[in-house]
Design a binder for this molecule. Structure first.
Ligand SMILES: *[C@@H]1O[C@H](CO)[C@@H](O)[C@H](O)[C@H]1NC(C)=O
Ligand SMILES: *[C@@H]1O[C@H](CO)[C@@H](O)[C@H](O)[C@H]1NC(C)=O
Ligand SMILES: *[C@@H]1O[C@H](CO)[C@@H](O)[C@H](O)[C@H]1NC(C)=O
Length: 353
């Protein structure tokens, strides 16, 4: 026989599940304690501004960092990005489905397998199936003060075309990512879903991040607005136009807001983190200052396409600090042309000439 207490507990569990059905009836966020808005719940704002809520037709203050700038991560919390290796992001419809469920609404953990939206159909993450996935992306800026960051400062450095099919999504970090400043870098997760499964929704969650195991000090090139250049048979574009692509460092898509958009595509032709905008699956290896010698101006009639310069990636030193002298030794023993040039540049920088 259940006691009064037992009945009460049962009733509140049922109520909690009923309310969770409402909670999970929603979208996706990247959850990490390093994010802005980690503990933002239904009640925090006068409207639903949980990290998973989509951002559409919002003022700049509403969409930028999801309007969560007053809800910063705790000091010392960073999302770590190992240069040349994958980082795992937890993408889910509800914090309760992630490994951070202890601080979710009601503290209920209901994670299952690697599914991003336990208890909900795939339409809840805006897709009709594997064929209808549109990719998501991580961007970075080498600035620690969030108040100084502007939309143009973000560069997409990693893309996963399979988003958001799996809760644990791998993002390959380019091997040549330079180290962050002392206070860390600022990153953001971005996603725009298929037009066949919901409206014009943008997703953004900001987070503090740090690159680990850097072997290069070459900075990122200024990021440019991505251009549509892939084949798009559904809209009558049968062939890709590689001369129309943006090459090198590219900004995230800012689309369908009231202010500060950089994309002006219509409802049925959203911009996606796919080859359609020259975002390759995985690490974006051509985003650095020395990735290209020359990038011809893109246009539908441009026939010249730039080739990125192939820079050899040195093995990380055991201490994670790339010592200039050691690198010079390694390179000069290679006896290559590039080694010699690098040697001269280092000597020059060192004031020998
Ligand atoms: C989020 O809530 C948990 C549990 O209350 C707490 O330990 C953590 O410090 C909070 N984090 C932030 C960033 O507010
Ligand atoms: C995208 O994430 C999935 C799930 O974690 C992973 O299997 C896949 O390898 C990732 N793709 C890339 C290009 O890293
Ligand atoms: C070239 O890119 C621009 C900017 O994204 C786009 O509006 C246009 O449709 C593209 N043209 C072709 C032929 O791909």
């Amino acid at each position: 026989m259940p006691t009064n207490y037992g009945i009460h507990a049962m009733a509140s569990t049922i109520l909690l599940w009923l309310s969770l059905i409402d909670y999970v009836n929603a979208h996706i966020a990247m959850f990490t304690p390093a994010m802005w808005g980690f503990n933002v719940s239904f009640e925090t704002f006068p409207y639903d501004n949980r990290p998973v809520a989509p951002l559409v037709d919002y003022t700049f203050n509403q969409w930028w960092f999801h309007g969560h700038l007053n809800y910063p991560p705790n000091p010392g919390d960073f999302f770590y990005l190992p240069a040349g290796k994958p980082a795992t992001a937890e993408l889910a419809c509800h914090k309760g489905a992630t490994s951070y469920c202890a601080s979710a609404d009601g503290g209920v953990c209901f994670g299952a397998d690697n599914y991003p939206c336990p208890g909900s159909p795939i339409s809840q993450f805006h897709t009709n199936g594997l064929w209808d996935l549109k990719g998501c992306a991580l961007a970075i800026t080498y600035e620690s003060d969030v108040n100084k960051v502007k939309p143009e400062d973000f560069t997409i450095f990693s893309v996963n075309h399979t988003c958001v099919w799996y809760k644990d999504t791998h993002f390959q970090v380019p091997a040549r990512m330079p180290p962050c400043p002392e206070g860390g870098c600022i990153c953001a997760w971005f996603w725009i879903h298929s037009e066949k499964s919901g409206g014009e929704q943008n997703y953004m969650n900001g987070l503090r991040c740090k690159i680990t195991g850097s072997v290069s000090n070459v900075g990122l090139a200024p990021a440019k607005v991505p251009r549509r250049c892939g084949a798009d048979p559904e809209r009558g574009v049968t062939e890709a136009t590689p001369g129309n692509c943006t090459y090198g460092a590219k900004q995230p898509f800012y689309w369908f807001q009231k202010e500060r958009n950089n994309m002006f595509e219509g409802t049925y032709a959203p911009p996606f983190y796919l080859d359609l905008y020259n975002f390759k699956d995985g690490a974006q290896d051509d985003i650095f200052l020395d990735s290209y010698t020359y990038i011809p101006p893109p246009s539908p009639h441009q026939t010249e396409v730039p080739t990125p310069i192939n820079h050899p990636v040195l093995q990380p030193s055991p201490t994670n600090t790339a010592h200039q002298a050691r690198n010079v030794r390694q390179l000069s023993t290679l006896g290559t042309f590039f080694g010699a040039v690098f040697f001269i540049v280092v000597l020059y920088a060192g004031g020998v000439f």
